[in-house]
Design a protein around this ligand. Structure first.
Ligand code: ADP
Ligand code: MG
Length: 756
């Protein structure tokens, strides 16, 4: 670590790139020397590489330059092969395995022209991370000492990584470690560059030898199939029978923090837990709101430009960048894509953010709550569905007929969220996100839908009108009346809702910055598929093929849905106490923690949902529950042990050293005949004692097992360990405000957030 760091610091033009922990001026505390190093890194910042010049290489030329996309395939593949592949990519048809050898050869040639020596099957294990296994193209040529580059169809289609250490939730024992990676034709292969060589990366699904999903991609693909199938039935009722694939679409907005790397390495908590476990509130926080959309600092902007260039090359359509609310917090968002691709690209985005930040002497923090007391980071997942021929199905149309169709799709989403609030809460549950949800900066843990006043009014009118065919006051006739124009303007958004209609899509705002978007996408696709199935079944039964009955059937259906599920709609302030009470009255779930939320995955309605639409079998679902519960327990356990260790070995010693200094000063003053006021010493001694008590309590709690089942263990971590950690932190943070700055061992919030 120290060598990498020294190299980074010097290549950054940072003076005195000494290791921040080991180095530093004699006599100064670690905290102070790190601060000096970070200040030096910022003030001496010089661009590390040739300035990016989008005038020489325009962004449109860079875009997809490292992607084996449709244009590249068309150029390199025989026409029939290309056509066959397109059918799989665009219409979701089964892959014809006989094309694989030819595609593999073309892909290999393209990759080798780009300097690739290796290929890798890339997959997304249930840890939420990205995994890759690299293999060389080279095969020795029968004993003559030469080698040839080979890549066959079967190597493209299937790989067998040694996946034995990926979590499987009991699906596969370690001794039968066989897991297979299977080429996902719908997500294009790409080249990953490194100064020392390039690698052909092939997006794959990761399954056990029995075909069970061990990853986060497989269920996304399955849920997209389910959604398409049910959406087609609705479209058919409206006379659209071209069957062009209805795809879920997603646009994830990623929030993150940047801190100078000197701070990162000097904070064991950032290094090991991705968030600070200690740190007093700085005198200046985010209250001035001067950071939000403010000018982007030079080094940060340079980082952003490079991130964008790298992502363009990989075909990730990044669109917006800006400062977020908290100091040191930023956001990047792409243009939406089909859900599967958006998911892959989201993973690439996170990796790229981290990798490029290092180059600029910074660390990118994607934890949901790196700093207490300042805003946390979310990942708003914008979601809709659409097809090539019908466009966006959540876009209100211009004609009564289009509006009727829009209202059916919209009502299906409302019904789905109402029925599966528990599932939607469970898929955003994580130890990190628990610090964010409900903290008056992010949506509450209560799931509700924001529709906006106008659309709510439309549904109210439909509800009032029921099945009546004639127009009465305040009643809107589906299929006859045109909707009032709905606002699409971002200014009119309700930021406190976890699930908001934003003019032509829904925005799921409860997702955490560090989470894979796969879980939320799988949930949304599947619950909406189920709801569309419900709607289609009702409408088919009511019309029996007679399209003249469609409008009144829709009117009845919509009014039923709003009567049954309307309680999920809430347009007010989601942060308010009044909403918590109102939601309780409405019987909506309020699952505050991960330990409370994850058991929702085992609810019979959730099991049935995933089994019926063949997205996850019961075993696959349960394995996920186990893995996520374990992840929660492990995360809190690591944080608890780290809190104890840092308090014992960093904070307590600093506090007692300072205590000693004050005591000596007092003794000396008295010896000289001065009076000595011990007020500071008294207060300090008291807080040190409280800290000691809290550390002992945390140690006790950590020693306990917590229970037999995962659910019991999770509750133990949630109800016993976290509060004990919080107490240790409370006294440690008080000490930070008392102990002399030059002996305080940790970089402060002020430094980490504002030195950039
Ligand atoms: P805001 O911060 O106001 O919510 P942004 O422009 O940052 O808005 O993000 C909006 C996101 O929604 C973008 O990623 C955009 O591509 C995405 N989006 C737009 N239309 C759709 C759609 N039909 N399906 C999914 N995502 C969409
Ligand atoms: Mg948004």
């Amino acid at each position: 670590m120290s060598t990498t760091f020294a190299k980074d610091a010097s290549s950054n033009g940072a003076a005195g790139g000494a290791h921040p922990v080991a180095g530093g001026a004699v006599g100064a505390s670690i905290g102070a020397s790190v601060r000096m190093a970070a200040i030096s890194a910022v003030t001496n910042y010089k661009p590390i590489s040739q300035p990016l010049n989008f005038a020489d290489t325009p962004a449109q030329d860079l875009f997809c330059s490292n992607v084996f996309n449709k244009a590249e395939m068309k150029r390199r593949l025989p026409k029939p092969i290309f056509k066959s592949l397109l059918k799989t990519i665009e219409l979701g048809e089964k892959l014809d395995p006989t094309v694989a050898d030819i595609v593999a050869a073309a892909m290999k040639d393209w990759a080798i022209e780009k300097g690739a020596t290796h290929y890798a099957h890339v997959f997304f294990p249930l840890t939420g991370a990205t995994a890759e296994k690299h293999d060389s193209f080279l095969t020795p040529n029968n004993g003559d000492g030469s080698a040839i580059a080979e890549f066959s169809g079967s190597q493209l289609i299937q790989g067998e990584p040694d996946g034995s250490s990926f979590p499987t939730g009991g699906i596969r024992a370690t001794f039968e470690a066989r897991g297979y990676t299977i080429w996902d034709v719908t997500s294009p292969a790409y080249i990953l560059e490194n100064p020392n060589g390039t690698t052909l990366c092939i997006p794959t699904a990761f399954v056990s030898w029995t075909g069970e999903a061990l990853d986060k991609k497989t269920p996304v693909l399955r849920s997209m199939q389910a959604l398409n199938k049910q959406a087609q039935r609705i479209l058919k009722l409206f006379g659209h029978t071209d069957a062009s694939f209805v795809s879920a679409t997603a646009g994830p907005e990623q929030e993150y923090f940047l801190v100078d790397r000197h701070f990162y390495f000097a904070r064991p908590d950032l290094l090991n837990a991705g968030r600070t476990l200690f740190g007093a509130k700085p005198p200046k926080g985010q209250e001035f709101e001067d950071h939000y959309f403010g000018a982007i600092p030079e080094r940060v902007l340079a980082f952003m430009l490079e991130v964008e260039r790298e992502l363009y090359k990989l075909g990730v359509p990044v669109k917006t960048r800006h400062n977020e609310v908290a100091p040191g917090q930023y956001e990047i968002a792409p243009i939406f894509e089909t859900a599967n691709l958006a998911n892959d690209h989201q993973q690439l985005t996170m990796i790229t953010l981290r990798r490029v930040a290092e180059k600029y002497g910074m660390t990118c923090l994607t934890h949901e709550k790196p700093f207490a007391g300042v805003n946390g980071s979310g990942k708003h997942v914008n979601w809709s569905m659409g097809s090539a021929s019908q466009g966006n199905l959540l876009n209100p149309g211009d004609t009564p007929h289009d509006n009727a169709q829009f209202l059916v799709f919209c009502a299906a989403v409302i019904r789905a969220v109402h029925k599966h609030q528990g599932l939607l809460r469970a898929v955003v549950a994580s130890a990190g996100n628990d610090h964010r949800l409900g903290a008056n900066e992010a949506p509450p843990a209560i799931v509700s839908v924001f529709l906006g006043d106008q659309l709510t009014d439309v549904f109210e009118q439909i509800k009032a009108g029921g099945a009546k065919s004639s127009r009465s006051k305040g009643t809107l006739n589906v299929g006859v009346d045109v909707l009032p124009p709905l606002p699409k303007d971002a200014g009119d958004r309700n930021r406190t809702s976890p699930f908001a209609f934003t003019g032509n899509r829904f925005e799921f705002r409860a997702v955490g910055a560090n989470q894979s978007i796969s879980g939320p996408l799988v949930a949304m696709n599947t619950i909406v598929a189920e709801s569309l199935d419900y709607c289609a079944t009702k409408l088919e039964a009511a019309t029996k093929g007679d399209s003249s009955k469609l409008n009144s059937a829709i009117q009845t259906l919509l009014s039923e849905i709003i009567n049954e599920c309307g309680d999920i709609i809430f347009n007010g302030d989601g942060y308010s106490e009044a909403w918590h009470q109102e939601a309780a009255k409405r019987g909506l779930l309020n699952l505050k923690t991960t330990a409370d939320a994850l058991p929702q995955l085992l609810e019979p309605r959730v099991e049935e949902l995933f089994e019926k639409y063949q997205v996850l079998s019961k075993r696959e679902l349960h394995s996920r529950y186990d893995i996520y519960m374990e992840q929660y327990c492990k995360t809190v356990s690591v944080e608890g042990n780290l809190t104890l260790k840092m308090a014992r070995t960093l904070i307590f010693p600093a506090a007692t050293r300072y205590q000693n200094e004050l005591a000596s000063a007092c003794v000396n003053l008295k010896a000289l005949g001065y009076e000595c006021d011990t007020e500071t010493l008294d207060k300090l001694t008291e807080v040190i004692k409280l800290l000691q008590g809290a550390m002992n309590e945390l140690e006790n709690v950590l020693r306990k097992d917590g229970g037999e089942t995962l659910a019991e263990k999770a509750q133990h971590y949630c109800m016993d360990v976290i509060p004990a950690m919080t107490m240790v932190r409370k006294f440690a943070d008080q000490l930070e405000g008392m102990v002399a700055d030059d002996v305080w061992p940790l970089p402060t919030y002020q430094e980490m957030l504002f030195i950039k």
